[in-house]
Design a protein around this ligand. Structure first.
Ligand code: ADP
Length: 651
């Protein structure tokens, strides 16, 4: 491409043509001159500084023609299509001067701010100022001026960081600026001599589409811009951004002009950036943690799918990218929002700070939140929030803590039991040994043996065997081997028997019995049910150290027989009632020193009652006595009773 020149193709003899090329370069909106050839400065007389000032165009051009110039300027800057127009300008002395101006784009831009070259011809010169003689320049002067201006023009084009070019309509280069050698490494003459130079040196992957695209745009006389690769002389690929204008005549493309700018570095940077972004995206999406990144003014800059899933965030809400809205939505799901909120505020107030918190959700989940600042260089530009579901770990931790507590409790109970059991088993042995020694002494000395010593020894033996039986029953229950008989049992008769036996051993205690209004038959193990009643009565006696009446009531309650044993003894602390029927449990107001016992009786009672299909519970108030109740299903029809050999509710 030849640099735009003052065209003298159609000289009009009627007009006075200035032989030296008058050129300016300018651009922007509103247009402004950036460079003006000395010849033009001289022709119109305005000082160079005036040309450079903003708004000089409107001072220079006659107001009636200003509109036309600005319109043409904008169109050429946008489309790259050159235009020529005539207009009146004002010389420095204020005389109107007719000018012909050819506008061409150096670099068209869609917004009309691109750089233009204006080539000016003076059609009617200003009258020389009064008293100054106008002498026409000599041929030599004119030639010098032309050469000088042309050189400047070439320097200007070569200084442009890109290949300025011009081709004919067949893409054969007619001009290429010197930068071509630097950028692609081929000597300029190759560009100009080889008619297929451009096509040949297009990168094979871009050749087809780039040439087709350029050809189509040229055919349609459309200015265009595109990026493609050319293969440089050293074999490397060079990315070029080519900005092309089409010079046409009557809709037929004649020439193409443009600038190829080397954008390899930008392309590489862009590719690197895309690679980094895609890597980050993939990392973000494949992590098991929910991640969201917020700017300091709460805009969402990144978020992953896991975050959305963890908090069940609707797509529409996420699209809003408003961190405050999301935060509200998340807060509503939290159980401990009130505790977490101040922590969040604290983190937001100190951008440098990192923090870990555990969020408890209303649906039972635990989420660990980790937060750290997002930095750009040294500046904190936002905050990264990471969320991890730690429900399973939390539950496992709670479970292992519970097991540890239970194990410790079990060890404590075992140790207590060993000390209680040894104490309890040893207690009857001392009196038993004493009674036996008395008996032996008497027998050795031929004295009569008093029956009370034998009875007392037998009482201690009974106590020992009771303790041992309780231990054996407990281990049978534990092993699921406590066997129960299964036969019709009259509850009234059973109670009578038990009370009669008890009265015989505790004649001084007051025992009252309230019988049922009707005979009550139940199905079960007579001996074991008697054991339950004996245990409750013995406890009632034992835990009423100051005496008081023990009341037994048997009644019918719907389909159940209800047995109640009341005393007016020490009672049971409210918080201990639930544990009373557990193995080895003894209420804290029943110290071993005051009341013997292994804490097994009620445990055995509960097992027996429940295996009969009943229930056992206690009502009590400390210091005011206790009432133990148990129920058993009434046998309505004796004939329907299960044969005795069938075991009851085996566990
Ligand atoms: P123990 O052999 O210790 O009496 P039990 O299993 O029969 O074992 O009773 C468990 C605990 O329940 C007792 O240690 C005592 O603390 C409490 N208890 C049982 N019956 C009564 C009652 N009638 N009055 C007050 N406390 C009772």
């Amino acid at each position: 491409m030849a640099p735009p020149q003052n065209s003298e193709e159609h000289p009009e003899p009627a007009r006075v043509a200035d032989p030296s090329p008058l050129i300016w370069l300018g651009g922007g909106l509103p247009p402004r001159f950036r460079w003006v050839s000395p010849s033009l400065v001289q022709a119109l007389g305005h000082p160079l500084e005036a040309w450079r000032t903003r708004g000089f165009v409107s001072q220079l051009v006659h107001p009636e023609e200003l509109g036309g110039l600005l319109e043409a300027w904008g169109a050429v800057a946008r489309t790259g299509e050159p235009r020529t127009l005539e207009l009146r300008a004002l010389s420095a002395e204020g005389r109107p001067v007719r000018l012909a101006v050819e506008l061409s784009a150096v670099e068209p831009s869609p917004d009309g701010t691109g750089e233009l070259i204006g080539t000016v011809r003076v059609l009617s010169p200003p009258h020389p100022p009064e008293g100054v003689e106008h002498t026409a320049p000599s041929i030599d002067e004119m030639l010098q001026e032309i050469t000088r201006t042309q050189r400047m023009h070439e320097e200007l084009i070569d200084a442009i960081d890109g290949i300025v070019w011009e081709t004919d309509a067949n893409f054969r280069f007619t001009f290429v600026s010197k930068q071509a050698e630097r950028i692609l490494g081929y000597p300029i003459h190759q560009w100009l001599e080889d008619p297929g130079f451009w096509l040949k040196h297009l990168h094979p992957e871009d050749r087809d589409w780039a040439s087709a695209y350029c050809m189509k745009s040229a055919k349609e006389c459309m200015a265009h811009e595109f990026e493609y690769r050319m293969v440089a002389a050293n074999g490397t690929s060079v990315w070029l951004r080519d900005i092309v204008t089409v010079v046409s005549e009557n809709g037929v493309p004649r020439q193409l002009r443009g600038i190829m700018v080397d954008v390899t570095a930008q392309r590489r940077a862009r590719e690197d950036l895309e690679q980094t972004v895609s890597l980050l995206r993939a990392t973000l999406d494949s992590t098991a943690d929910g991640i969201i990144v917020l700017t300091q003014d709460w805009r969402v800059t990144a978020v992953n799918g896991r975050f959305q899933k963890l908090w069940s965030i609707p797509d529409a809400m996420l699209e809003g990218r408003d961190g405050r809205v999301l935060s509200e939505y998340m807060r509503a799901q939290m159980e401990n929002a009130e505790q977490v909120h101040p922590r969040t505020q604290q983190l937001l107030a100190s951008p440098e700070q990192e923090g870990v918190d555990v969020l408890e959700l209303r649906d039972g989940r635990f989420i660990e939140r980790y937060s750290r600042p997002q930095r750009l260089g040294d500046t904190v530009v936002g905050r990264v929030w990471t969320y991890r579901d730690v429900t399973v770990e939390r539950r496992a931790q709670a479970e292992s803590e519970r097991l540890l507590r239970e194990a410790r409790e079990a060890i404590r109970v075992r140790d207590d039991f060993l000390s209680i059991a040894s104490h309890e088993l040893k207690t009857p042995l001392t009196p038993l040994k004493l009674h036996l020694q008395v008996l032996k002494h008497r027998m050795d000395s031929g004295q009569p043996v008093p029956a009370q010593h034998v009875d007392k020894a037998l009482t201690q033996v009974a106590r020992l065997s009771g303790l041992i039986n309780d231990l054996l029953d407990t281990s049978r229950i534990q092993a699921g081997r406590l066997e129960l008989r299964n036969e019709p049992v009259s509850l009234g008769a059973l109670t009578h028997e038990v009370l009669a036996d008890l009265r015989a051993v505790s004649p001084h205690r007051s025992l009252e019995y309230e019988e049922p209004a009707e005979p009550l038959l139940i199905q079960g193990d007579h001996g074991r049910l008697a054991q339950v009643l004996v245990n409750l009565l013995e406890n009632a006696l034992k835990y009423s150290p100051t005496g008081g009446t023990i009341r037994v009531r048997v009644e019918r309650d719907g389909a159940q027989a209800l047995v109640s044993v009341s005393d007016s003894g020490i009672g049971i602390p409210a918080d201990q009632k639930a544990l009373l029927f557990e193995r080895f449990f003894r209420a804290r107001n029943a110290p071993i020193s005051g009341f013997g016992g292994l804490g097994l009786g009620l445990y055995i009672c509960r097992d027996i009652v429940e295996r009969h299909g009943g229930r056992i519970w206690v009502e009590s108030e400390v210091g005011h006595g206790s009432t133990f109740h148990f129920t058993l299903p009434v046998l309505e029809d004796e004939a329907a009773a299960t044969p005795p050999e069938t075991a009851l509710h085996p566990r």
